[in-house]
Design a protein around this ligand. Structure first.
Ligand SMILES: Cc1ncc(COP(=O)(O)O)c(C=O)c1O
Length: 483
């Protein structure tokens, strides 16, 4: 029953004449459609909408919602694009009528509370980053990258410098080179050493007066803190370039160290990772950026201004600004959640979040390192990258097989095949929100999976609604309509 109502389309469940609600006969004059909608835009025959009773509709959607894994139902050790638990307190506050019911076209005088919240959030994010100015406009981490690189381009344009290149380590998230290319730069890859750090010799070799920005993720996507970030930043600055810090992994260093203090000139946050905002289905997210005072004039506008009497207004960002990168103030719902999260925890709490995220990841690593290879080390920050390369060579079992089989044990699969420099990568990030019991269950499941028969793994998952969809076809030829 459950499966039928979840797997059949509403159109297939439809029965002629069934209704969820019956409307009373119309007792007001009918509107003249001619004025509202020109003839050519009107349907020629009634739309073939599904006809169902209310319980069938409710069950259909409720059952559908249970077929997927979610952070509210399952442990979700997805590295890099991490989804940590979203506290319900934040959801409740963000949906207060005075917040969710605001219209972005309201006059500033009627949205003082929201402007104050966003103004304070800018200051908080600036303080956590150790950087002077913040823009909340970008709608995702990748959008933050693009915005900051456009800011850098405007800065160098004004200086009259022809800087055409952006350097990106080979362990970087794919959005880094993509953003650099979209901002009009040539992307130059910098190698990593065998131990996973930036290959400084390769970096120095590629550094010249045409380099605008070195983009670095610290802690990196390998879950390692680049300890030589100080000398690296000095080398880039000495050539007149800027350091961009991909702050997606701020979760691991919150309240412990600040990008601005270790040489970053600009950075983005991923509030969905660091400050527990939701990120389902690719958004709506937020990717606030923080920059040095020298780059502040180029930030997107309008800016939030507080006058001497404490009144807030939106003001034009001035002629040096790159202009708007998104409508209104950004994705306010996510920003409100980040604000609540930061205020709830306070400075000491944020530091504890980072410490627990690192502790949890190291605990899982310590429980698994006798059964999986972790090429980059004994210790990690918030995540670590295991390799199933030996398993593949010895038994023909791939990282994908392991990830798929974990679904049968009720665990969302880790990120696989990223970073690209680790063969058969399995990237595991438990986050600070998980208990020791949950981590122990995950470890036990993964150890069991690694010990299973090859056939069991090759055919996994066995318990999910859909086993192994053709991912390439699903991405390239999605069928999203019913006919
Ligand atoms: C290291 C890193 N950089 C950039 C991004 C891109 O962020 P978003 O998915 O918000 O665009 C991610 C994804 O979470 C990431 O893990």
């Amino acid at each position: 029953m459950r499966n039928q109502q979840a797997t059949q389309l509403l159109f297939e469940l439809s029965r002629p004449g069934r209704r969820a609600a019956r409307m009373p006969a119309c007792d007001v004059p009918k509107a003249d459609l001619g004025e509202l909608l020109p003839e050519q835009h009107r349907a020629k025959r009634p739309l073939p909408l599904p006809e169902l009773a209310e319980p069938d509709i409710v069950r259909h959607f409720t059952n559908l919602s249970t077929l997927n894994m979610s952070v509210d139902t399952h442990f979700y050790p997805l590295g890099s694009c991490t989804m940590k638990y979203n506290p319900k307190r934040n959801e409740r506050l963000a949906s207060l009528a005075g917040i969710a019911g605001l219209h972005p076209y309201q006059p500033d005088a009627t949205v003082q509370g929201m402007l104050q919240l966003l103004y304070e959030l800018e200051r908080m994010l600036g303080e956590i980053a150790g950087l002077e100015a913040v823009s909340l406009q970008p709608a995702a981490g990748a959008h933050g990258e693009l915005t900051a690189l456009m800011v850098a381009a405007a800065y160098f344009r004004e200086l009259g410098q022809q800087r055409t290149k952006v350097l990106v380590p080979d362990s970087a998230h794919g959005t880094n080179p993509a953003s650099a290319a979209m901002a009009g730069f040539d992307v130059v890859t910098v190698k990593s050493t065998a131990t996973g750090y930036v290959d400084q010799a390769d970096l120095v070799d590629k550094l010249d007066e045409h380099v605008a920005v070195f983009m670095i993720t610290n802690p990196s996507t390998l879950g390692m803190f680049e300890r030589r970030i100080g000398p690296i930043a000095e080398a880039v600055h000495a050539k007149g370039g800027l350091i961009y810090l991909d702050g997606a992994n701020m979760n691991a260093i919150l309240g412990i160290t600040r990008p601005g203090d270790f040489g970053a000139d600009m950075m983005h946050y991923n509030p969905h990772k660091t400050f527990s905002g939701p990120h389902g289905g690719g958004g709506p997210g937020a990717g606030p950026i923080a920059v040095t005072a020298a780059l502040a004039p180029y930030l997107p506008g309008p800016r939030i201004y507080r006058d001497e009497d404490g009144a807030f207004s939106l003001v034009d960002a001035g002629p040096r600004s790159i202009g708007r990168v998104r409508s209104f103030f950004g994705n306010v719902g996510v920003l409100v959640r980040a604000y609540c999260y930061i205020l709830t925890h306070g400075p000491d709490g944020l530091r504890q979040i980072a410490e627990n995220a690192v502790l949890n990841a190291n605990y899982v690593l310590s429980q698994l390192k006798d059964v999986v290879d972790v090429p980059q080390g004994e210790r990690c920050m918030h995540e670590f990258v295991a390799s199933a390369a030996r398993l593949k060579a010895e038994k023909g079992v791939s990282a994908m097989d392991v990830a798929k089989r974990l679904l049968d044990f009720g665990f969302h699969a880790p990120t696989v095949y990223f970073p690209l420099i680790v063969p058969e990568a399995l990237m595991i990030e438990p986050t600070e929100t998980e208990s020791k019991e949950t981590l122990d269950e995950f470890v036990a499941a993964l150890r069991q999976v690694l010990d299973e028969q090859v056939d069991t793994l090759k055919e996994a998952p066995h318990t999910t609604m859909c086993s192994r969809p053709n991912e390439v076809q699903a991405a390239r030829q999605p069928v999203v309509s019913w006919s």
